[in-house]
Design a protein around this ligand. Structure first.
Ligand code: ATP
Length: 808
């Protein structure tokens, strides 16, 4: 087989069609029917179904049909929410799916691992996860971590010497297997098995099933839901009992209290989180952040420390040689180019490989030193690749010269000549923020007895958007920690320029220079030990432990290895620091949205409970019929809640300190809001009901109370968007979705009293325009009072602040 060509595109497509995708089938996605079926699973739905059957059996056909319709509508709303959420998550899964590099039709291509077929030529490098079982054709110092397959934690050295048929898996050193990862070296291999036929596929059925567990927040909300269920059932029971004792018709009492129970129980609590997460995750994807582990999104909003790489994340990563130091500048560039692995393209303006080396090759070319010519005239003999621990690399070429480049301090001990003045020059270049590389030559095989030829200073400008992001992070109470392999002076100069270290600040804990991947692990641990919530970026194979250890591991999508992606909870598709801060903003927004939607829903439910209970206790007729309660539940749980949960993050989310990870979603102040607002709303409605009973019959009074409650509920959505900002400060008039949702709900409500059949169905009377206006006006009372309360509280706090402020 031709090792440079690989399969043609047509052949690969044909094989893919024949063999099927290269996937381990472990979990099945939920089908549409399963999602729909899931909507009918809750106890509350069955209570409604019971109510429907009872009314039907008693000849109340209209009621039975109406309740049936409510059940279907409820299920549909739930279905649409869950379907949207699952679609968003599937799209995301596809984006974060593993990738592989293959040679096809003579070209190097990066594909989704599932598209790999038997016969493909896999190109493997350190940090890659092997995408299928394959036979090795070429290896360069290859070692593979096979722990996923064999449990063996030591890396296995591989070569191309054939092993006998039937050799145990762990000893088949001429093959690589799906799911294992390349620790070191590189290789070319031809795929022999894909998908379920691989060794991993064979044992897949033995591996633990991957279940989609509820995230911590979903779990907590399920608990809240269960607690509320009990509370609602008790109150509904009391209402029923009181009604029966007062001699109200038993069917009406039964239906109302069942409805009350069904309406007041917030069945969809966990679903709110799911929807909020799914939408937030979609928004993050637009901002170049792919989420791999959903629970991380919840933690993201609590982040207090972001540990970030410098090169390519804080800086643009597009380097250029600014300074050359040494007696012979041409020789410095020649040696540096000869010690490089990257390649320039035909135009000489761009290239592939390490950006540092591309910059070196470009600078060399400007002086007439061609990388291509070096490869031809002085072919490579051995390559000792760069790694973040050694901070240097060397290439031995056909002219028997060893070309070395790397960090000066780590090379000086190996040099025997040419060192005079180098340390001072290094310091001078580094303190200007330049990345410094020392270049040297040697005669032996080993990196020793070298001659230092000179230094190169490379500029790597900060990303302007990252500077702004660092400022935002600071305002949001989040510390930015820079971790870099560069010289301390280079690091400090860049950190100062970017506002990571401000004048007068001690850089000791903020800037970690000449760091190794092991240092990263230590840094994460030490911040964690202090109770901080740590986000950490990484790209190399050796970064994986630190990425796993951090609360939020963030891999680089452009320069990152597959191993680092697998260890992370998120991937930055543009490697940009600013995206991390954008993601934190979304993370905070998601939590806020869940919280305010919850408070909004619970307030409504609590209000209804109080209203019905209050009326029962004082001996009034029930203010709402069963169907009316269901309707209120449907219109307020439906549109306004959906709109609230999709709200964009508040403008001021990044001016607040981070929330504590242990902070409950419903704390004392949220419960206070639920209770106070619920009481307020129910008193207003009860007041209207009592007043209306003076001049109307029960049906007439109910009609008014019904409209007032619906209006009050939808208007309250305006104020529910923020606990501190008044509705016109939240930019409410720019939130078209909210305005439309509310307008639609109001139109529906007016429609109910306009049509004869809906009037009959809901047991309401027709309303004059004056009636509707009055109901609308009274419906505005609760929201107005809430907004006034916010203003008063703010004024009061400002007053307190002035009193305690120290004299200037
Ligand atoms: P990151 O911030 O992405 O972790 P870094 O800039 O912090 O990257 P390294 O790429 O590990 O760190 O570089 C550390 C030092 O190693 C540099 O200051 C430089 O002296 C040297 N170095 C970097 N790249 C090369 C290379 N390709 N060849 C030789 N030496 C290199």
């Amino acid at each position: 087989m031709d090792r440079t060509q690989g399969l043609s595109a047509e052949e690969a497509a044909a094989r893919l069609a024949r063999e099927g995708p290269n996937e381990i089938r472990r979990e099945k996605g939920k089908s549409l029917w399963a999602i729909l079926g899931g909507q009918f699973r809750g106890a509350m739905t069955w209570l409604l179904v019971g109510a429907c059957i009872v009314s039907g059996a008693l000849g109340e056909v209209v009621d039975a049909i109406a309740i049936g319709a409510i059940i279907v509508l409820n299920a549909l709303i739930g279905f649409v929410q869950e379907y949207r959420a699952s679609r968003a998550m599937n799209a995301l899964k596809a984006m974060t799916a593993p990738r592989a590099r293959v040679r096809r039709g003579g070209q190097l291509e990066t594909l989704a691992a599932k598209d790999i077929v038997v016969g493909d030529l896999l190109v493997l490098d350190a940090g890659d996860v092997v995408a299928a079982d394959a036979l090795l054709l070429e290896v360069h110092a290859l070692s593979v971590d096979e722990a996923t397959l064999t449990g063996e934690s030591m890396p296995v050295e591989k070569d191309t010497a054939p092993t006998a048929e039937g050799t145990p898996l762990a000893e088949r050193t001429d093959q690589v297997f799906m799911g294992t990862s390349v620790g070191n070296g590189s290789a070319l291999a031809v795929v022999t098995q894909t998908g379920m036929k691989t060794e991993l596929g064979r044992i897949a059925s033995l591996l633990a099933e991957v279940k989609s567990e509820p995230t911590p927040l979903e779990g907590r909300l399920e608990q809240v839901g269960r607690l509320l269920l009990v509370l609602c059932l008790v109150i509904a029971g009391i209402v029923a009992l009181l009604g029966l004792l007062r001699g109200h018709p038993w069917l009406e009492v039964l239906m109302s209290s069942v409805s009350l129970a069904v309406a007041a129980v917030p069945e969809g609590l966990a679903a709110i989180v799911t929807v909020a997460l799914a939408i937030g995750v979609q928004r993050m994807a637009k901002r170049n952040v792919l989420v791999r582990k959903l629970p991380a999104v919840e933690t993201l909003g609590c982040t207090t420390v972001i540990c970030t790489d410098k090169t390519g994340t804080l800086t643009t990563g597009t380097m250029s040689v600014r300074e050359v130091w040494g007696p012979d500048h041409d020789r410095v560039l020649d040696v540096a180019a000869a010690a490089s692995d990257a390649e320039l393209d035909a135009t000489g303006t761009a290239g592939s490989g390490d950006p540092t080396e591309v910059a070196i090759l470009k600078a060399a070319l400007e002086r007439g030193i061609e990388g291509g010519a070096i490869e031809k005239e002085r072919a490579r003999v051995t390559v000792h690749p760069f790694d973040a621990d050694r901070k240097r690399m060397s290439i031995r070429r056909a002219d028997h010269v060893l070309y070395v480049k790397g960090a000066l301090e780590l090379m000086l001990p190996l040099c025997t000549t040419g060192q005079e003045g180098a340390l001072e020059a290094n310091r001078e270049l580094a303190s200007r923020g330049l990345r410094v590389l020392a270049v040297a030559v040697g005669e032996g095989e080993e990196e020793q007895s070298l001659e230092l030829v000179g230094l190169l200073g490379l500029a790597d400008p900060p990303r302007p958007e990252a500077i702004e992001a660092v400022r935002q992070a600071r305002a949001a109470g989040i510390r930015t920690i820079m971790i870099t392999g560069d010289h301390p002076l280079t690091a400090l100069a860049i950190a100062r320029e970017m506002g990571i270290v401000l004048p007068g600040e001690d850089p000791k804990e903020i800037v970690h220079a000449r760091a190794t991947p092991e240092d990263k692990l230590r840094i994460v641990r030490s911040w964690k030990a202090r109770g901080e919530i740590v986000a950490m970026t990484g790209d190399g194979v050796n970064d994986a432990p630190a990425l796993r250890e951090a609360h939020i591991g963030i891999a680089m999508g452009v320069t990152g290895t597959e191993v680092s992606r697998e260890a992370s909870s998120m991937v930055l598709t543009n490697d940009d620091f600013a995206s991390i801060v954008a993601a934190v903003r979304e993370g905070r927004g998601i939590f806020d949205n869940v919280r305010k939607t919850l408070v909004y829903l619970l307030t409504g439910n609590f209000g209804e409970l109080v209203l019905m209970l209050g009326a029962s206790i004082v001996g009034l007729p029930l203010p709402h019929t069963a169907l009316q309660i269901q309707w209120i539940n449907l219109v307020t749980d439906g549109l306004p809640a959906l709109v609230l949960v999709m709200d964009p993050p508040d403008q001021d989310v990044l001016t607040q300190p981070p929330r504590k990870a242990t902070e409950p979603i419903l704390g004392a102040s949220q419960w206070q809001a639920v209770i106070a607002t619920g009481l307020l709303e129910s008193s207003v409605v009860l007041g209207v009901f009592v007043w209306a009973l003076g001049s109307h019959d029960a049906t007439g009074a109910r009609s008014l109370a019904f409209s007032v409650l619906v209006f009050a509920e939808v208007f309250r959505a305006f104020s529910a968007r923020s606990t501190s900002l008044v509705f016109f400060e939240t930019g409410v008039f720019t939130n078209v979705r909210l305005l439309m949702g509310i307008a639609f709900t109001i139109a529906l409500q007016i429609g109910l009293s306009e049509l004869t059949w809906t009037r009959d169905l809901f047991g309401i009377t027709s309303m004059t325009h004056a009636d509707l206006l009055v109901c609308g006006a009274i419906g505005l009372v609760p929201v107005t009072l809430i907004e006034l309360f916010k203003l008063a509280r703010r004024a009061l706090r400002r007053g307190e602040a002035t009193v305690v402020a120290p004299p200037a």
